[in-house]
Design a protein around this ligand. Structure first.
Ligand code: FE2
Length: 255
């Protein structure tokens, strides 16, 4: 079945649920489509030998903006991407993205379909000593800002495909190594039958307990549930904090 995502995303796109793919209707000449195979994800898994799970583990469309918006997004120094995760588990671990840091740049995520768990972590001294770890849940239309200084990955525990959009600085360099070296984020999300088993990743020297937070609106930046993230492309000035992290204020400064 094809699910039209125009209203929620602000773009002429549909989700091909059967093939777990996206259909673009319009002129999107800059898209770089890629996939993370099960093999690519292996170093980030609780069990790197895992055999059973969706392959590819997820798909990414980078620079998924319309030709007519190219000048706007490039001059703002930003990139708009889409990520699609199937539901299910890989040897008992819920499907997830690898995880990376792009210090000090923040990133805005938006859920377009399904529900997401965003797991963010920050460290001090070394990447193995986690200072704080937060888990945010978000559903369709909801936005979540990865604050400056945090690494992030997302986990699909909700039994349906998960599609997200994100906006991030072109200057952000993605550092996957700390996640790779430690076989994932500091917590794993495992299928425990009727419940989700959240277990500490023993490869880290230390990690505090997870604090759960809710995705919330940031009306000062135009980030509300009703407003597709893509629609902000017409006023990227208000998202200046993506290239100037010091301008992103908020409670996270105490995290
Ligand atoms: Fe990121």
């Amino acid at each position: 079945m094809e699910i039209n995502l125009q209203k929620i995303s602000g773009l002429s796109i549909s989700l091909d649920e059967e093939n777990l793919d996206l259909i673009f209707d319009g002129n999107f000449p800059f898209i770089e489509k890629s996939k993370r195979s099960l093999n690519d994800l292996r170093p980030y898994l609780k069990n790197p030998e895992a055999k059973n799970g969706p392959d590819p583990a997820y798909r990414i469309w980078r620079r998924a903006h319309l030709k007519k918006d190219d000048e706007k997004i490039r001059s703002a120094g930003l990139r708009y991407d889409l990520t699609l995760l199937p539901s299910g588990t890989i040897d008992g671990e819920f499907v997830k993205t690898a995880g990376h840091y792009h210090l000090p740049y923040p990133e805005i995520y938006e859920v377009l379909r399904g529900r997401a768990y965003f797991l963010i972590q920050s460290f001090e001294e070394s990447a193995e000593k986690i200072k704080s770890v937060y888990l945010a849940e978000a559903g369709p239309g909801e936005k979540f800002v990865i604050p400056p200084g945090f690494g992030h990955n997302m986990i699909n525990v909700f039994g349906e495909p998960l599609l997200t959009a994100n906006l991030v600085s072109e200057k952000a360099e993605h550092d996957y190594e700390p996640y790779k070296n430690n076989h994932g984020a500091c917590y794993y999300f495992l299928n425990g039958g009727n419940l989700i088993d959240i277990v500490k990743n023993p490869n880290y020297d230390s990690a505090p307990e997870i604090k759960k937070i809710r995705a919330r609106e940031y009306p000062e930046f135009g980030l509300t549930k009703e407003n597709p993230l893509y629609s902000l492309i017409n006023n990227l000035q208000q998202l200046k904090f993506l290239n100037h992290p010091e301008e992103f204020e908020g409670e996270w400064r105490n995290w």
